[in-house]
Design a protein around this ligand. Structure first.
Ligand code: ZN
Length: 179
């Protein structure tokens, strides 16, 4: 399957690439607001080129200076870091009314893994471990995205219009600061 065919197959209405841009812009804006310094945020125009690197086809991501860096951020504050992880799928839902398959599952599982909230955990045990329910954290993240919808759309456009679909932390920060 071609790259264009891959992206088109993910959503016939909006195109999968639009979903991926909105999703990654959501992560990037919330990272800036929480002062989580990353290297860059990108959407993989050619997802097949990244297949080997990560073992499966993936649409993009926020890249930190090292994989340990994101784990360190989550371990330091599991509750406070959750909006960064949830912002991708929630931006997508806010923008398009639906999300791509597995869009939330992957990010939620990554947060849970870094926060040591895997294996036999229930919604109740997660709530008692971090002091807030996942539902409440989703509501908090939706509020942030609503308050910052102009910033979100600004980053979305900049990322979508960039030839290589990549923005550095400084580029995202300056877009967010412009509002
Ligand atoms: Zn769609």
């Amino acid at each position: 399957m071609s790259s264009a065919g891959f992206w088109d197959s993910l959503c016939e209405v909006h195109g999968g690439l639009s979903h991926a841009v909105m999703h990654e812009a959501g992560h990037a804006v919330v990272a800036v607001l929480l002062d989580f310094v990353f290297e860059d945020v990108s959407v993989y125009v050619d997802p097949w080129a990244h297949q080997v690197e990560i073992g499966r086809v993936r649409g993009g991501g926020v890249r930190f200076s090292s994989p340990d860096e994101l784990e360190r951020i989550v371990q330091a504050d599991p509750k406070g870091s959750a909006p960064f992880f949830f912002a991708g799928v929630l931006a997508e839902r806010a923008g398009f009314g639906h999300v791509l398959d597995r869009s939330f599952e992957v990010d939620l599982n990554l947060w849970r893994t870094y926060a040591d909230l895997v294996g036999g955990q229930t919604p109740e045990s997660i709530e008692s471990a971090i002091g807030e329910s996942v539902g409440a954290l989703i509501a908090t993240t939706n509020e942030i995205l609503r308050d910052r919808s102009s910033e979100l759309l600004g980053v979305c456009h900049a990322l979508g219009e960039h030839d290589e679909m990549v923005l550095t932390f400084e580029e995202v920060r300056s877009i967010v600061a412009a509002f």
